[in-house]
Design a protein around this ligand. Structure first.
Ligand code: WT7
Length: 651
């Protein structure tokens, strides 16, 4: 089955000045990587990274899937992102911060250097943080968050950022799994001009036994917070007398840089580990290739720094290449859906990167808003997190981009560290909804899981990466086996286990890749991964819940919504449905956070199961979607339950 899609060629003027100017240049790079993989990567690593000591080996695959890149090389990621720019960019804005209430601050590379060094000295001197220690960062979108990340990198500590929307329980789990000894947080921040709080969540997360010795609190909204003496310290106080010189720890290429927890199809979230040299190299290269940011450009990614997009494309990538990166504390629809366009006009933003879910919301709430602003500075528009649907694409392209900007649909994951399949704005003819082609150096292939052969055009196969790449996940924190099983267990090519993303995909007749979505029990809510198993585990904590199954259901704005089928213990029907829903939502909020709240809850008489007791999620997904059941249900333990559920959900 092939579909004919409209093709949009790159803007010629743009292409003439782009780093990769046409498909011949793209193909030449990819051919180079195919013919001489180590030569390709070694050459870029030499050119792009400021090494303290050069590497002696490009790629060591001898213990695959545990791989080593740039062995022998020594560097410090904060030097790559800050120090090395001082010679030519000391007065250039590194970060332009716009607060929720419109306050703007430009932080030069020299300011950034000083702030990172002071922060590093604080962590070292006052908190005793040393190389290899884990530091959890639970912060709003403020410049101090970037300082904290780079300060950790400077002293060799491993940061683990927890998204500010996660609950105390979720924060506690991540702190414990990483055995963090320090938490960096803020009193809170502002949302829609009103203060909201983070520190109280940290206080709850640290109740009882905890590996955390000290908490650093950045005072942002100056609201009153509880203070535990001997544990809690004010950043604003401690930073005052810190020196702005802190020698960077010399790190091995493969020393861990950070952990970032993400959902899998089973069990608790995995601490995805990224290491130093390979990660920063690819963060920088993809910034340069995919966004094609130029020296005088201003680049804005709307993600939260608590997700991988914020790590790679707000902080590490832009700063590694010496760009100006915009950081926004607020809500993109406040005071109205013109906010991002006002920001584009105000800061003359050249590259704008956001998620399809945000585009749909902005489209819905402010269809005509882009026309009210001068968006002529825009050159490249990016999307990430899920496939972009045609109406959203069209509006983004025409109304935001004035039919003049490339749209880069970047496909990647927490585990890939940076983009892996994406158009290049000056080279790749784009098709709406299509992530197009593997980036140079990335051996991304759609494989048939049964045979390991490359999938036929139009056939949905498994999105795999068949050779290690520098920014790939290096491990699941504390669980080697889970790393191997989660990513290298499903697909073999030529008898060799290859990296499987968890996504389905298909080729079109031009070899373009369209991502069709997860093949596992992970749902994509507003561009973020949510494990159905995690949501189920939370719901099961409600005393009155006997059984639960959670599935994804298409959602107009979020992409996918969360749909829960719940069997209650009391069989005298549902005493008070409203009360039960409230209680269940309360538990989800406490265990995970608002991001995991269910869009639909159905109190089911039972769940469709096989005779061996396996819940048939496929049937539940079909019912949630409102589609007709076509699969055979005669082998179910109780086939009548299907009709009952269909009746309840779809009437
Ligand atoms: C999952 C990764 C990568 C940063 C944001 C989410 C889906 C991501 C695309 C895209 C279609 C996409 C995949 C992937 N995804 N980008 N351009 N087109 N699907 O990071 O939480 O690690 O989630 O997001 O399903 O596996 P994440």
């Amino acid at each position: 089955m092939s579909e004919v899609k409209q093709i949009f060629k790159p803007n010629r003027e743009f292409a003439a000045n782009a780093r990769i100017k046409n498909m011949c240049e793209y193909q030449a790079l990819q051919d180079w990587a195919i013919e001489d993989y180590e030569g390709f990567w070694g050459s870029y690593a030499k050119e792009k990274i400021t090494w303290a000591e050069p590497f002696t080996n490009v790629l060591d695959e001898s213990s695959a899937p545990f791989v080593k890149w740039f062995d022998g090389g020594k560097l410090n990621v904060s030097v790559q992102c800050v120090d090395r720019h001082l010679e030519t960019r000391k007065n250039k804005a590194a970060i332009i911060f716009e607060g929720d209430r419109g306050d703007v601050q430009a932080i030069t590379y020299l300011d950034l250097f000083k702030n990172v060094n002071r922060f590093a000295n604080l962590l070292k001197e006052d908190f005793g943080v040393t190389k290899g220690d884990r530091v959890v960062i639970y912060m709003p979108m403020i410049p101090e968050t970037a300082y904290a990340m780079l300060a950790c990198a400077r002293i060799g500590a491993i940061h683990s950022i927890v998204f500010g929307g996660f609950s105390a329980e979720a924060l506690r789990d991540r702190i414990e799994d990483a055995e963090a000894k320090v938490v960096i947080t803020a009193d809170g921040s502002f949302r829609k001009t009103k203060p909201y709080m983070l520190k109280p969540v940290v206080d709850v997360a640290l109740e009882g036994e905890t590996p955390v010795e000290k908490v650093l609190v950045v005072e942002r909204n100056n609201e009153d917070v509880a203070w535990k003496s001997g544990r809690d310290y004010s950043y604003n106080e401690l930073i005052k007398d810190k020196s702005s010189q802190c020698e960077a720890e010399i790190m091995d290429a493969e020393d861990p840089l950070f952990l970032l927890y993400t959902s899998g199809s089973t069990g608790k979230p995995k601490g995805v580990q990224h290491n130093s040299a390979g990660y920063i190299l690819w963060a920088q290269m993809t910034m340069e290739w995919v966004f094609d940011v130029k020296e005088n450009d201003t680049y804005w990614c709307t993600a939260d720094v608590g997700w991988i997009t914020g790590h790679t494309y707000i902080v590490y990538g832009p700063l590694a290449m010496g760009a100006t990166t915009v950081m926004f504390e607020g809500v993109i629809t406040f005071p109205d859906a013109g906010r991002p366009w006002a920001m584009v006009e105000n800061h003359r933003i050249n590259q704008f990167y956001t998620a399809p879910t945000a585009i749909r919301v902005l489209h819905k709430m402010g269809e005509d808003a882009p026309a009210k602003y001068d968006l002529s500075s825009l050159k490249v528009l990016g999307t990430v997190g899920e496939p972009i649907d045609p109406p959203a694409w069209k509006w983004y392209y025409e109304e935001v981009g004035n039919s003049n900007c490339a749209i880069v649909d970047t496909y990647w994951q927490t585990e890939t560290g940076g983009h892996v399949v994406s158009p290049l704005p000056g080279a790749t003819p784009i098709k709406p909804g299509c992530a197009t082609l593997p980036l140079p150096g990335i051996m991304a292939e759609i494989l048939d899981p049964a045979t390991g052969e490359v999938s036929e055009v139009g056939e949905t196969g498994y999105m795999c990466i068949t050779k290690p790449w520098p920014a790939q996940i290096r491990g699941v924190w504390g669980d080697e086996e889970r790393y191997v099983k989660s990513y290298f267990g499903d697909v073999k090519k030529d008898d060799k286990a290859v990296y499987f993303t968890g996504d389905g995909a298909r080729y079109d007749e031009d070899g373009y890749i369209t991502i069709t979505g997860r093949t596992d029990d992970v749902i994509n809510v507003s561009g973020h991964r949510m494990g159905t198993a995690e949501v189920e585990a939370a719901i099961k904590k409600h005393a009155n819940v006997a059984e639960v199954a959670v599935v994804g259901k298409p959602h107009e704005l979020k992409g996918e919504g969360i749909f829960a089928y719940i069997v209650l213990k009391s069989d005298d029907g549902v005493a008070d449905e409203v009360e039960e829903v409230k209680a269940i939502n309360g538990i989800i909020k406490k265990e995970i956070g608002n991001i995991a709240l269910c869009d639909d809850i159905v109190f089911a008489p039972g769940l469709p199961k096989t005779r061996s007791g396996k819940i048939m999620r496929r049937i539940l997904r079909t019912i949630a979607k409102g589609e007709k059941i076509t699969q055979d249900i005669s082998t179910l333990e109780d086939p009548t339950v299907v009709a009952k559920l269909e009746e309840m959900v779809n009437g």
